[in-house]
Design a protein around this ligand. Sequence first.
Ligand code: URA
Length: 210
Amino acid sequence: MKTHVANHPLITHKLTLLRDKRTDSPTFRHLTEELVMLLAYEATREIRTEKISIETPVAPTTGVHLSKPRPLVVPILRAGLGMLEGMTRLIPSAEVGFLGMVRDEKTLQASTYANRLPEDLSGRQCYILDPMLATGGTLIAATHYLLERGATDITIICILAAPEGVAALEKSLTGAPVTVVMGALDERLNEHGYIVPGLGDAGDRLYGTV
Ligand code: URA
């Protein structure tokens, strides 16, 4: 597993606005979309392409287009949905699958409650979207789920991560073809499982508390 912390002043600037508790939901959603576009630019450096021949108005030349099978984008419900628009703006031809994960409060095991994904992911490049890498339980379960279905290359895109979550992923996914791209690596998790300083509950800030 590889990790990459995006280190760009525009990302830090937008993250600062996102963290601010005075930022309202519409602005939060808009900033999330912009941030995901910037993160996705980093996260898609290894996206597979193939050479094609074209003609410009002046001369024949070669370029590239995205390889088939098309990349699969998988937002984790609910907060990952807030990242989908930014990602599909950058890769409009990507396919989209959905995963709903829930954690058993007793066993702390994450399990799938909703799944709208192709059964066979052989050879697919997948991009998992989840804004907060906190304990890592959900992302570990989601990543194993895609690997078991044949995904050969998985990139997890998070807005914020806690060191505890990154360590848990590293332990569970050693040697797996997985990269985590994050906007920032924060200090720690608090006793309630929130990232510190973080931005609060990402789902609530995107969609309210209903
Ligand atoms: N999920 C969130 O939405 N926020 C956190 O700080 C941790 C997990």
